[in-house]
Design a protein around this ligand. Structure first.
Ligand SMILES: [Zn+2]
Ligand SMILES: [Zn+2]
Ligand SMILES: [Zn+2]
Length: 138
């Protein structure tokens, strides 16, 4: 586990408990965002005794500390992925089979300046997800 993660937790007054370590490791291993339910199932598979409520609570806390990002896709379920150490990016999801692919690009940076100029808001974040049909489903 990276020192910077432990530092970020400590700065937020949190410790790297066994459960939190397991959550972060399971998310690290996943190349695409997963739901809290999927995360819970993976933790059970590696015999981490943790209930779903605790998974949700820790995901919320890790999100607040900026270690995890929540991604909302078209099925209405929140999915989570590691943010720390990964570049900001967007996703595309297949409407047929649900497959998710990372898009390692952000077309929003220029638009942010326009939004800030127009609204006088200081933009902190944005969401943008793409939906369509994957090569197997189209
Ligand atoms: Zn598909
Ligand atoms: Zn991603
Ligand atoms: Zn972006």
């Amino acid at each position: 586990m990276a020192d910077s993660i432990i530092e970020r937790l400590r700065a937020g007054g949190k410790k790297l408990t066994k459960a939190r370590r397991a959550i972060l490791e399971a998310l690290e291993r996943s190349s695409v965002p997963i739901t809290a339910g999927e995360l819970h199932a993976r933790l059970r598979k590696v015999r981490v005794p943790i209930d779903l409520v605790t998974v949700y609570r820790n995901l919320g806390m890790l999100q607040k500390l900026g270690l995890v990002t929540a991604v909302g896709l078209h099925d209405g379920q929140m999915r989570y992925e590691v943010r720390h150490g990964r570049e900001h990016h967007h996703h595309i999801q297949c409407r047929g089979c649900g497959k998710i692919v990372d898009l390692m690009l952000c077309p929003i940076k220029k638009l942010t300046a326009v939004v800030e100029a127009k609204t006088k808001f200081a933009v902190e974040s944005h969401t943008l997800e793409f939906f369509g049909w994957c090569p197997q489903c189209r």
